[in-house]
Structures are given as C-alpha cells and as structure tokens.
Design a protein around this ligand. Structure first.
Ligand code: SF4
Length: 374
C-alpha cells in the first residue's frame, strides 16, 4: 500500500494552496439544518501519535520532491516516489510550489482538541516543516468560548494565525431555526476572544439563510453582530438548499421559504448598509455569490460596494434575469461582464428560449444546485 497521510474533504477556498493536515474527523455538531457537509458521518479526534506520523510522511514527501527538483538524475528517487500516494504527492508538490508556507488544519472544528495536544502538534509541525508561516483552522464559536484568552494566545504563539468561523447569521431566530447551536451574543463573545488573543479572524456570513420570513432581520442582525466583533475578514456566502438536509425537508413542509436571487442581493444591501465602526476586509469569494466583485476594506470601500449592489437592483427585470442566468451558467463573473455583446447575446437567446418553455426558474435552480455539488 502506498505511503499516505490522512486528509478530510473540505477546506475554505482561501486555503487552496495550503497543505491540509487532518486533526479531527468530520463535525462534532453536525446539526445545522442547511449543511450536508458531514451528514451521515461520526466525529472523532485523531491521536497525537497518528497526526505526528502524518507530519513525518509529509516531511518525507517534501524532502523527496525537493531532491528530485534539485538533482538532475532522479532515477534513483523514482522507486521511492512511486511508493507514495500519487495524489498526495501532487498535493504536497503544489503546496511546495507556493513556498510551503501555509497549512490548514481539518476538519470542521479541530480547535475542540485539548489545548495541550494542539500545542504539541503545532510544535512538531513547525519543527518538521520549517517553511510553514501560517496555520489556520475552522472553529465553532462554542468551542472558542470554552478556551480562555490565555489558551488562545498560547495557540497563536505556537503558530495558529487565523481561525475561520461559520457565523452564518446574527439573528437569534434564524440561528435557532437552523439549529446552529449558538446565540448571536455567544458569536460576539467568541469573536472578541479570538481578537483579544491576537489571532486573525475570518467570519462567514450566509446570505439567504433567513428565507422570506427573516429577510430583513437576518441581514440587519448579522451586520450588528459583525460590527460588534470587527473581524479581520468577512466572507460572504450564498445559501443553496440541498437535498438530504433538514432545511430541504422544512422547505418542502412549508416551514421555510427560499429567497429569490434578487431578494438575496437586497439582503446584501441591508447587510452592507448596517456595517458600522469596523475596518474589516469584506470578500465575496465564492462562485455561489451573485455579485462576485463585492470586495473591499471597510469603511473606505463601503460606498463602492453599495454602488455595485444598487447597479444590479436598478437593472430592468429582463436584464436582472440575463445576469442571474449568465452568472449561474458561469459566463459572467461580475456585472461588467454583461457589457460583452457576444456573451450578453448568448445569454439573451437562451433566456428567451427558457422563458418560452417555462423552464427558466428550474434551470437557474438546477445550475445553482450543480455549483454546490462541485
Ligand atoms: S458546524 Fe459547520 S460543518 Fe458542522 S453542521 Fe454546522 S455548518 Fe456544518
């Protein structure tokens, strides 16, 4: 069997060039109504010994790849390289090609491990992989609340540079309905702790999560919570309701109604308008987001970001549909792409055809669903 190390299925898009090291498996909460990332799996904490063995394997792969790159005659290395898992060899080579500087600790909530164990792993990781400069992890706010600021500061000192937190909503009614297992105030307290420890904080906001019922409260309360935390990064995501989730069932039973794409942009406007007193960097760095060009530093770029939102909302209905279809189809990344006559014409013809068949909404929903699955 090829020599390999263990990896989980998920990482944030911003960690595309990071080395993925698995500390825990799956999600210890696994109840959020909208999430199917770890459905049907069981959470477990890996042993420090197993994780160290993985780090040794990665260090060995790095050493062999570096030697193969430096030496002209690699034939003597080839037998050894073939003993390694080829996909992971590629992963490590890709990581090294970006300088071997960043590591993401998988899976959904690895800071749940005991602080002493985390410190031991981080120390070993830095010793065996000395090029590493940035180590990040997902963490649930409930987990962060259980650690003291002093413990978080020790983790920062040992190498944890950033935590990614799925805030999703700052509206208590939405958090409760979605079974997120946390309140808005707990999100605020956890976020403040991370910042007090000097760890960079990335908070994820899920547009559309309030559905039609909480269309105003969700963005308004979320802006209030984010403004109280002042995270380093705010990362926008857009909800797509997927099958095999409790939310899909609730929707089918009429307990929750999905927002339209246009209404989600209206939510985005309320959210942006109500972000106050913070200097976070806001990014719309996911292909599910309708307006991919929303990106900037608060408060300076807030007017420019709102202008983009208003430009979309001011479009005539037919042009809104043209943009939504083109974006979901992958032909547009930003509103300005509609100015390209050939792309616009192509989308326009398809739009008319789908409208005449009465299948526009179903096609857009299908395209959106496909994006969640990739
Ligand atoms: S905590 Fe995160 S990974 Fe776990 S169920 Fe909720 S959204 Fe999914």
């Amino acid at each position: 069997m090829a020599l390999a190390f263990e990896q989980g299925p998920i990482r944030p898009p911003s960690e595309a060039h990071s080395l993925l090291i698995r500390l825990t498996r799956n999600c210890p909460w696994n109840k959020c109504a909208f999430c199917n990332a770890y459905k049907g799996t069981t959470f477990s904490v890996r042993t420090v010994e197993d994780i160290k063995r993985d780090i040794d394997t990665i260090a060995e792969m790095s050493r062999l790849i570096t030697r193969a790159q430096q030496e002209n005659n690699v034939s003597e290395l080839q037998a050894r390289l073939h003993e390694l898992d080829q996909y992971q060899l590629y992963h490590v080579a890709n990581w090294l090609s970006y300088g071997g500087k960043t590591v993401f600790l998988q899976d959904a909530n690895s800071l749940l491990m005991k602080t002493a164990a985390l410190l031991e792993i981080l120390g070993y990781l830095k010793e065996k992989l000395p090029t590493v400069e940035r180590i990040t992890s997902y963490a649930r706010s409930t987990t962060l609340l259980r650690k003291s600021v002093d413990e978080l500061a020790q983790l920062k000192q040992a190498g944890i540079s950033r935590v990614h937190v799925g805030l999703e909503s700052g509206c208590d009614a939405v958090l409760k309905f979605m079974d997120k297992g946390i309140t808005a105030q707990q999100h605020i307290d956890a976020g403040k702790k991370v910042k007090a420890a000097g760890i960079s904080l990335s908070e994820y906001v899920l547009l559309g999560l309030g559905g039609r019922k909480w269309a105003r409260e969700h963005p308004f309360d979320t802006a209030r919570v984010i403004s109280a935390i002042n995270p380093d990064y705010i990362r926008l995501r857009t909800l797509a309701v997927v099958e095999n989730t409790p939310l899909f069932t609730k929707m089918q039973q009429g307990e929750w109604e999905e927002q339209s794409d246009t209404n989600t942009v209206e939510e985005e406007k309320i959210f942006l308008e109500n972000l106050n007193g913070i200097d976070s960097r806001l990014l719309s760095d996911h292909s599910m987001n309708l307006l991919g060009e929303i990106n900037g530093r608060l408060p300076h770029n807030k007017p420019a970001m709102l202008r983009i939102v208003d430009s979309f909302l001011a479009l005539p209905e037919e042009e809104k549909n043209n943009y939504i279809l083109g974006r979901r189809w992958g032909l547009y990344n930003r509103l300005g792409d509609m100015q390209d006559p050939s792309r616009h014409e192509r989308v326009k013809n398809t739009l008319r055809s789908l409208q005449s068949q009465g299948t526009l909404d179903a096609t857009i929903a299908n395209l959106k669903y496909q994006m969640v699955r990739v």
